[in-house]
Design a protein around this ligand. Structure first.
Ligand SMILES: [Zn+2]
Ligand SMILES: [Zn+2]
Length: 276
């Protein structure tokens, strides 16, 4: 039986004879079902459509994304650590070339994902590399559409994946929203792999935060304040966003701090147009 993949969010579902009736992730107000209705594909369908492209982001960190874009269009990242390669976030297309490239780079030892929009075909990725563990925050467990023994739910505020590699629960966009802190990244000054829990905006001088990106629903002020507090103990100069090119490459922590101030000022204001 195939694992059907939602065309809009790119998430793979538990194998079934027929396509599932609905996609709960897309019916949630943080995503959307297109006006043309719910559509499904399979890994075979995606493989015929395109390929994965790779980019070295900094030594020890590569991004991988599908061309042409599939579903939301995020990138995943392959982080090299002394304890093995970690896949941060996931994408939907896993073709033979991708398996061969990762195998040549030393394989995969774990997968960690920021939030349900980027679960992709995580179980296929895990199986391709020997049923490696998939670390998801327990607070988002209701959004797992393909349960599997490889999924390791973690609880609480931080979880260490490898030396200098820590998952941090920020919440916000999703209750279990997670970023990955890589102490050795950012040329040794620390890097955040942020998914869209912290969204790098086009000019890269700020980041922002939303409950729903497609539906333009902002995050509450207390939620953004909690997110800022969760990140305060960690040092980082670089913030790698969810998409190629969306990277803050210097003074990342200052960028985050001033972005939080700007966001809170905007969302708590009385709406006066003079506010910057
Ligand atoms: Zn969906
Ligand atoms: Zn999202």
């Amino acid at each position: 039986m195939p694992s059907f993949i939602c065309e809009t969010c790119g998430v793979g579902f538990a194998p079934s004879e027929k396509p599932p009736a609905r996609c709960p992730i897309c019916e949630d107000p943080r995503q959307y079902v297109p006006p043309s209705g719910q559509k499904w594909t399979t890994m075979e369908g995606l493989s015929r459509r395109g390929m994965n492209a790779w980019k070295l982001v900094e030594p020890g960190l590569m991004g991988v994304g599908s061309e042409p874009k599939i579903a939301i269009g995020q990138r995943a990242m392959l982080l090299n650590t002394p304890q093995g390669n970690i896949l941060w976030d996931c994408i939907s297309l896993l073709d033979e070339a991708t398996v061969d490239i990762i195998t040549a780079l030393g394989g995969l030892s774990a997968i960690a994902i920021s939030h349900p929009h980027y679960y992709g075909t995580m179980v296929d990725w895990s199986k391709a590399f020997g049923d490696i563990p998939i670390y998801l925050h327990a607070d988002d467990s209701k959004w797992i559409m393909r349960p599997d023994p490889a999924i390791q739910l973690w609880q609480g505020e931080t979880h260490q994946l490898a030396d200098g590699v820590t998952l941090i629960r920020c919440g916000g966009h999703f209750a279990g929203g997670v970023v990955l802190h890589w102490a050795g990244g950012g040329n040794g000054e620390g890097a955040l792999l942020a998914g869209d829990i912290v969204q790098v905006i086009p000019d890269r001088t700020h980041v922002s935060f939303m409950r729903s990106y497609p539906n333009l629903l902002p995050l509450s002020a207390p939620a953004v304040a909690r997110l800022a507090k969760a990140l305060e103990p960690f040092e980082f100069s670089t913030i790698y966003g969810a998409f190629f090119g969306r990277d803050v490459v210097d003074e990342g922590k200052d960028v985050l701090r001033r972005s939080v101030v700007r966001y809170l000022a905007a969302i708590c204001s009385d709406g006066s147009p003079e506010l910057e």
